[in-house]
Design a protein around this ligand. Structure first.
Ligand SMILES: O=P(O)(O)OC[C@H]1O[C@H](OP(=O)(O)OP(=O)(O)O)[C@H](O)[C@@H]1O
Ligand SMILES: O=c1cc[nH]c(=O)[nH]1
Ligand SMILES: [Mg+2]
Length: 209
C-alpha cells in the first residue's frame, strides 16, 4: 500500500484556512492555492533520488549530492488542478506538464474525460497528479487509470482537501500510489461536496460562479 500523508505544516494549515473562508476572493484564492502547492512540493519530492558528484569548493575537492536527473511531470486534472501547477514548478522548474481534462457530472458525480495531452515519455517520469479536491475519488481514479494505460508507473497524487471517502476509494483502486493532502476533512454531503471543504475549487479559482 502506498502512503497517505496529511502535510500539516503550520504555514500550510494557515493558508488552507484562508482559502476555506467563503469571503476569500478569486485573486487571493488563486495566489494562496499556488503557495500551498509550492510548500507541498517540498514534502512530496522528499524521496527524489540523489547521486554523488565531485566538485571543487573554494577550499578542496569534495564529493557531494545532487539530484540524479530523474525526470518529473506534473499532471493537473483540469480545470482546478491548473491552480497548483505554477506553485509546484517553483520548486521543480524542470518538470514537464501533462494535462488531463475531466469534469464531474453534476447528477451522477461520475467523471467524464474530455482532454488528455501528456509528455511522450511518461513511463520514465515521476508523475505528480495534482487536483485541489479529492471528493468521491472518481476523478483521481480516472486520471491515474489514464496515466497507467499510457505506461505511467511512478505516480503520486497531491491534493489540498481530501474526504475520507475519496482517500479510501483511491487507495482501493490504486494501492500502489502515494496520496498527499493538506487537510483531511469530515465527510461528503449529498451533493458530493467536501464538508467543511472550500466549495467548488474550479469556480473559486477561475471566478466562474
Ligand atoms: O473526487 P471527485 O468526486 O471526482 O471530485 C473531485 C473533482 O471535482 C472537481 O472538479 P470539477 O468536476 O468541478 O471540474 P472543474 O475542475 O472543471 O471545476 C475537482 O477539481 C476534482 O477534479
Ligand atoms: O467539495 C468539492 C467536491 C468536488 N469538487 C470541488 O471542487 N469541491
Ligand atoms: Mg469544479
Amino acid at each position: 500500500m502506498g502512503k497517505f500523508q496529511v502535510i500539516d505544516h503550520p504555514l500550510i494549515q494557515h493558508k488552507l484556512t484562508m482559502i476555506r473562508d467563503k469571503n476569500c476572493g478569486t485573486k487571493v484564492f488563486r495566489e494562496v492555492v499556488n503557495e500551498i502547492a509550492m510548500l507541498m512540493a517540498y514534502e512530496v519530492s522528499r524521496d527524489m533520488p540523489l547521486e554523488e558528484v565531485e566538485i571543487d569548493t573554494p577550499i578542496v575537492k569534495s564529493t557531494q549530492k545532487t539530484l540524479s536527473g530523474k525526470k518529473v511531470a506534473i499532471v493537473p486534472i483540469l480545470r482546478a488542478g491548473l491552480g497548483m501547477v505554477d506553485g509546484m514548478l517553483e520548486l521543480i522548474p524542470a518538470a514537464k506538464v501533462g494535462h488531463i481534462g475531466l469534469y464531474r457530472d453534476h447528477d451522477s458525480l461520475e467523471p467524464v474525460e474530455y482532454f488528455v495531452k501528456l509528455p511522450a515519455d511518461i513511463d520514465e517520469r515521476q508523475l505528480f497528479v495534482v487536483d485541489p479536491m479529492l471528493a468521491t475519488g472518481g476523478s483521481a481514479i480516472m486520471a491515474i487509470d489514464a496515466l497507467k494505460r499510457r505506461g505511467g508507473t511512478n505516480i503520486k497524487f497531491v491534493c489540498l482537501v481530501a474526504a475520507p471517502e475519496g482517500v479510501k476509494a483511491l487507495q482501493e483502486a490504486h494501492p500502489d500510489i502515494d496520496i498527499f493532502c493538506a487537510g483531511l476533512d469530515d465527510h461528503l454531503n449529498e451533493a458530493g461536496y467536501i464538508v467543511p471543504g472550500l466549495g467548488d475549487a474550479g469556480d473559486r479559482l477561475f471566478g466562474t460562479k
